[in-house]
Design a protein around this ligand. Structure first.
Ligand code: MG
Length: 280
């Protein structure tokens, strides 16, 4: 038994994202109805957080607050208690448009706190926009999940948390394996985890790997006592030659890893308690 055995592990399912299309994998949920069905199956498989983007009918990314509202309503009805996390990421809108859904008051929202390169562009998160998104989250009592694409983003999250700029308990996600950003590197991962433990021992952290790195980073995080994210947003394959059949299947393989390390899969109410969220 390792020292993380027995600690519940929060599984987040990033169901849709901005990039994958039906042509890439027909299981990617696009319409709000498909998103709710896919989320429901993922929750049955062990997901306690649903991380969501919304799409237009032609599958292009959208930041339409009405679509987010419809998704929120459906998730509350069909996945009661699940933690709803909306993306304020930069592929679906520009500037303050990215936070247009925050007045809906989801439990959580993703928050990028610095800029970096993405596969074919700069992922721009200028300081004034970061401050505005964080202040909107405070105003609407939304706990941010800080997306750390780089070491500097973790340090920025710690500084913002210390200044009281972030609502609620600190929650940081290490994102590894985005082309042109931080690779999935085990030594760096270990350093990230140690840094969080040293600087913010009361905080929780999670990790996500992109593409084939997904299952690798899932295992690192579960073994190290963190939480982890999976889902079709980050990876559309089960292995090199097989498409993942569903979001639920990706959650199921992360749940299998939890069993390997004696980590119970957190229920939504356990996850809410660990993250300091209000009960549903
Ligand atoms: Mg996202």
């Amino acid at each position: 038994m390792s020292d993380v055995a027995g600690k519940p592990c929060i599984l987040c399912c990033a169901i849709t994202g901005s990039l994958p299309r039906k042509l890439d994998n027909p299981a990617v949920p696009i319409s709000v109805t498909e998103q709710i069905e896919s989320s429901h199956a993922a929750v049955e498989a062990g997901a306690s957080i649903i991380h969501a983007h919304v799409r237009n009918a032609d599958e292009t990314p959208s930041s339409d607050p009405d679509k987010f509202a419809a998704l929120q309503e459906g998730l509350k009805k069909h996945c009661p208690g699940v933690i709803i996390q909306f993306s304020t990421g930069g592929r679906s809108g520009a500037g303050q448009e990215r936070g247009g859904m925050l007045p809906l008051g989801p439990d959580m929202a993703s928050l990028s706190v610095g800029s970096n390169n993405f596969p074919s562009r700069v992922y721009e998160n200028p300081p004034d926009l970061v401050a505005w998104l964080a202040s909107q989250m405070k105003q609407h009592a939304i706990t941010p999940e800080v997306e750390a694409f780089d070491l500097s983003h973790i340090l920025q999250a710690l500084a913002m948390h210390e200044r009281g700029d972030l609502y609620g308990k600190l929650y940081v996600q290490f994102v590894m394996g985005v082309k042109n950003a931080m690779p999935a590197d085990k030594e760096i991962f270990d350093f990230y985890a140690q840094l969080m433990q040293a600087r913010a021992p009361d905080a929780q952290w999670c990790a996500a790997g992109i593409g084939a790195n997904q299952i690798i980073v899932n295992e690192w995080a579960i073994a190290a006592g963190g939480h982890t994210r999976t889902g079709l947003e980050d990876n559309i394959r089960s292995d090199k030659t097989t498409l993942a059949p569903s979001n639920a299947a990706l959650i199921a393989r992360a749940a299998d890893l939890c069993a390997k390390y004696d980590r119970p899969v957190a229920t939504p109410s356990q996850a809410r308690a660990m993250l300091g969220l209000r009960s549903a």
